[in-house]
Design a protein around this ligand. Structure first.
Ligand SMILES: Nc1ncnc2c1ncn2[C@@H]1O[C@H](COP(=O)(O)OP(=O)(O)OP(=O)(O)O)[C@@H](O)[C@H]1O
Ligand SMILES: [Mg+2]
Length: 886
């Protein structure tokens, strides 16, 4: 079939007639009367008018008149007034960067003159009379009369009067489309009303000209305040529901200030009303609108449609005003962060609103993150533009705001409101371990990678990566540990669980059989205080405090963990059966620069607020095996003490360096057996540990005859190498850590990091294996850092395991029937009382050893906050609200 189109001749391209170009361009800028009015209003405001009157006939289609008392227009500028791209407001494009006027294009009057008949009467203060001029299509016109088109002198006041008649007389289809004059007039009123609110101090009026109209529809005086104008324009119920909010971040990277009024939870419009002014421009912004709507729907059960007046001032250089023909949009830097700040500020006033009768927090994460945010504000005030934000604006990056943090605030009785307690439950504050778990980046005390195997070693999948790294530098593996970056590039690794000690239960079993006496076992229960339930004495607090703060003497506490006790007899064991001795000795002053540097580094990353909370807290109770509640001021917080304890022990490893007490193991187990136990659990042992052991510096050590490399390639050999390494450094370990190892490889004692606190000994084999394979023993500072980190991991709280019968084949000849403890369901045990004793001991240690220590000089690192180790659960003012009407 023949293609007809291909036979047609193309039309020639021709330049459009100027009048057509201008009319098309004008049609883009002036859609309807209210657009024209907006332009005219802005011109009056740019002319610093303090009084503006608007008159409209037939919805502004027939007549739109605006009279202002601004500075007027010079007589000689009148011929240019309506020519396109003529303006008095900018001279160069760069001026846009600091634009402070509404106008800058020189297009508004020109556009109007291309779609309507435009007349101007203007008088400057230095002129003896006013001048009147008429315009059509951008040029002066005689307006159909035979006179010339020159401006004519006339009587008039200072200021400018612009009369727009017969709008769209030359665009009939648009005129046709805008026939509903009432609707057009209400749009005019809407524009006038919004500008009147924003420009309180400028008296504005708007009136419709018609046979039955009486008086002004809008009439504000110079003295009217914004709430009064809102009341006049939007009605009393809205005005009565308003809460004021404001925030000044002008000194921050956001360079922003904002203020406004937001309706409370009682009031609801038919639809959201957002009066948004950015740098005084009335604009639209869908992100702000939806964030505000989301805030109301997540805060109030009925998801009311809010009324919000919001004025944002941003440094002009950060705003691009030239993005829309009608200037109804602007682009600005840091939009997400600014929106977060705005939403937070509104949320803050809503939470404290005395009119919100049904105020609920439907998303508990918000308050938690809000708390976290409070520090980010400090960051904003400094430099960091990257922020985190709460779940209420999931779509955004988040950020913090100290306005959101519930610092104890006095709330007047009149502010008490009712809340729906059904929406609260403690459980709702417990975050999924998965989502809430910390990123290990940046935690100096967490250098462990997250590997797939129970002990936390790399699986074979990751091995290649490690080898690749090692091929470049023998030390690369060690340096990886602090930053995780090369390792965590493996997605699999990121997803792998952290080493779980619950998987190590069999170590315990084996450990019990690995002591010098084959039939003995270690009693690892936290032995030293069986009188659980007693409150810690003030004396204890003092002693702990002494441990954490510098003093001239140190109390060397020695406790003995009896490793020859059958675990089943624990319940009968009395505290006096454990030896605890104390002797005073002068406190060793540490001068090692590496330790001093590490201490300084630790102090630098402290999170002031969380540190203060822990320092001044009152212990409330334990929630589960990793969380407890503490009170600070009028706020209740949930603290993940497992994570916090790890940080505490890292700090103690630095601050108590050279001054530790010791926990004696009696009889002393063989290091070799312990390491071998740990190795035996390493599922994917594949020669990797050998290379790690190599990296620790074992083969460079000249203090002893190294074991031939071939032997080290077996688990036995690795264990031997690790023992040799530890034994070779035993003097240093003893001096610095009270970590005592005999020459023939028996572990006599481990440091007592916190008085009367014994770590969960199931972690001991892993600890030994890790210090032998993961720690760099060659570089002094790195060693102290990594060793401290391993100590922290070892000593961090770990609930006791349960005792269960199990027969395990021991490596080598012996088959030993042992009890093992598994952190599992009580119904498996039949030993509930024993379990409850162990758990009591555990909770006791948490409450009376750990938490008091947190009050005594612990610097909580910011990473703990970032990893959700603390959640704000409630604060008293809000609880008052709940109980007020009960
Ligand atoms: N009410 C007024 N009082 C004093 N001068 C005015 C008034 N209206 C307009 N002008 C003058 O006329 C010029 C042109 O106005 P017009 O609105 O067309 O352009 P603009 O305001 O400069 O830029 P834009 O097109 O972005 O609004 C202005 O620059 C200003 O000097
Ligand atoms: Mg203008």
């Amino acid at each position: 079939m023949e293609n007809i189109a291909s036979k047609q001749k193309p039309k020639h391209i021709k330049k459009l007639d100027n009048s057509v170009i201008n009319r098309i361009a004008a049609g883009e800028i002036i859609h309807r009367p209210s657009n024209a009015l907006k332009e005219l209003l802005e011109n009056s405001l740019d002319a610093n008018a303090s009084q503006i009157q608007v008159l409209a006939k037939d919805g502004g289609m027939k007549l739109l008149q605006i009279i202002d008392n601004g500075h007027g227009i010079n007589r000689e500028d009148l011929p240019l007034l309506c020519e396109r791209f003529t303006t008095s407001k900018i001279q160069a494009y760069e001026d846009l960067e600091k634009i402070s006027t509404y106008g800058f294009r020189g297009e508004a009057l020109a556009s109007i003159s291309h779609v309507a008949h435009l007349s101007v009467i203007t008088k400057t203060s230095d002129s003896s009379c006013a001048y009147k001029a008429k315009y059509i299509d951008g040029a002066l016109s005689a307006g159909g009369s035979s006179e010339d088109s020159e401006p004519k002198p006339c009587a008039g006041n200072d200021g400018t009067q612009i009369i727009v008649e017969n709008l769209f007389y030359n665009i009939p289809y648009r005129k046709q489309a805008l026939k509903k004059t009432n609707e057009e007039y209400s749009r005019i009123l809407d524009v006038v009303g919004k500008y009147a609110i924003h420009n309180a101090g400028v008296a504005m009026s708007c009136r419709k000209i018609g046979p039955k109209t009486i008086g002004n529809d809008v009439q504000t005086s110079k003295e009217s305040s914004k709430p009064e104008i809102i009341r006049q324009i939007y009605g009393r119920s809205i005005a009565d529901s308003l809460e004021k909010f404001e925030k000044d971040l002008s000194e921050s990277v956001l360079a922003t200030r904002f203020d406004g009024y937001a309706s409370n939870g009682i009031f609801s419009c038919k639809k959201t009303t957002l009066l948004l002014f950015i740098n005084n421009r009335l604009v639209e912004n869908s992100s702000i609108r939806s964030s505000v709507e989301q805030l109301y729907s997540s805060t109030f059960p009925k998801s009311p449609k809010p009324f919000v007046y919001l004025s944002i001032s941003i440094r002009p250089e950060y705003v691009d005003v030239n993005v829309h023909p009608t200037k109804k949009e602007v682009h600005f830097l840091n939009q997400d962060q600014i929106i977060i700040e705005v939403v937070n500020a509104i949320q803050q006033v809503l939470m404290h609103s005395n009119n919100s009768q049904v105020l609920t927090v439907q998303n508990p994460g918000r308050t938690v993150l809000s708390f976290i945010d409070s520090d980010i504000t400090t960051d904003i005030n400094k430099e960091s533009p990257k922020k985190e934000f709460s779940s209420l604006s999931k779509s955004m990056d988040s950020k913090k705001n100290d306005a959101i943090y519930y610092s104890p605030r006095k709330v007047h009785e009149s502010k008490l409101v009712r809340m729906d307690s059904k929406n609260f439950s403690l459980k709702s504050f417990i975050f999924d371990a998965g989502s809430g778990k910390p990123s290990q980046n940046g935690d100096p005390y967490r250098k462990r990678e997250t590997f797939g195997s129970p002990l936390g070693f790399r699986s074979t999948n990751q091995k290649k990566f490690v080898e690749d790294n090692n091929s470049n530098s023998t030390n690369s593996f060690d340096t990886d540990k602090d930053s995780l970056s090369p390792v965590t590039t493996s997605k699999k690794m990121i997803e792998s669980p952290t080493p779980s000690h619950s998987n190590l239960s069999s170590f315990y079993t084996k450990l019990m059989g690995s002591t010098a006496n084959d039939n003995a076992s270690i009693d690892m229960v936290n032995t030293l205080n069986s009188d659980s339930g007693d409150f810690i004495s003030s004396d204890d607090y003092r002693k702990i405090s002494n441990m954490l703060t510098k003093s001239n003497t140190t109390t060397e506490t020695v406790s003995v963990v009896d490793s020859a006790t059958d675990p089943t007899s624990l319940k009968n064991k009395k505290s006096e059966e454990f030896e605890v001795s104390e002797k005073k000795r002068p406190r060793v002053e540490v001068k090692l620069s590496s330790i001093l540097e590490l201490r300084n580094e630790w102090a630098e990353i402290a999170h002031n607020q969380f540190t203060k909370i822990l320092h001044d807290h009152i212990f409330v109770g334990i929630v589960d095996t990793t969380r407890a509640l503490v009170q600070h001021g009028t706020s209740l917080y949930m603290v993940d003490f497992e994570q916090v304890s790890e940080a505490l022990f890292y700090q103690l490893a630095l601050t108590e360096f050279c001054n530790f007490g010791r926990i004696e193991l009696n009889p002393s187990p063989k290091l070799y057996d312990l390491v071998l136990l740990a190795l035996g659990k390493e599922i994917e042992y594949d020669g990797l540990i050998r290379s790690k052991v190599k990296d620790t510096g074992y083969f460079q050590n000249e203090d002893f005859d190294p074991i031939p490399e071939e032997i080290v390639s077996s688990p036995d050999g690795v264990a031997l190498a690790i023992v040799e390494l530890i034994v070779s450094r035993r003097e240093m370990l003893l001096e610095y850590y009270n970590f005592s190892v005999t020459e023939d490889g028996l572990l006599e004692s481990i440091p007592m990091m916190l008085r009367e606190y014994v770590p969960n000994m199931t972690k001991l084999p892993l600890f030994l294996l890790r210090i032998g394979s993961e720690v760099n023993w060659e570089d002094e500072k790195i060693f102290f850092k990594e060793f401290s980190s391993e100590l922290a991991y070892f000593y961090a709280t770990e609930p006791p395991t349960e005792i269960q019968d199990e027969t395990l084949a021991e490596n080598g000849d012996n088959t030993i029937s042992l009890k093992m403890r598994i952190r599992s369901q009580p119904e498996n045990t039949g030993l509930e009382s024993s379990e409850s004793d162990a758990m009591k001991q555990f909770y006791h240690a948490v409450e009376y050893r750990l938490f008091p220590a947190l009050k005594a000089g612990f610097n909580a690192p910011a990473s703990l906050v970032a990893s959700n180790s603390v959640h704000l659960i409630a604060n008293l003012p809000d609880l008052y609200k709940i109980f007020e009407r009960c």
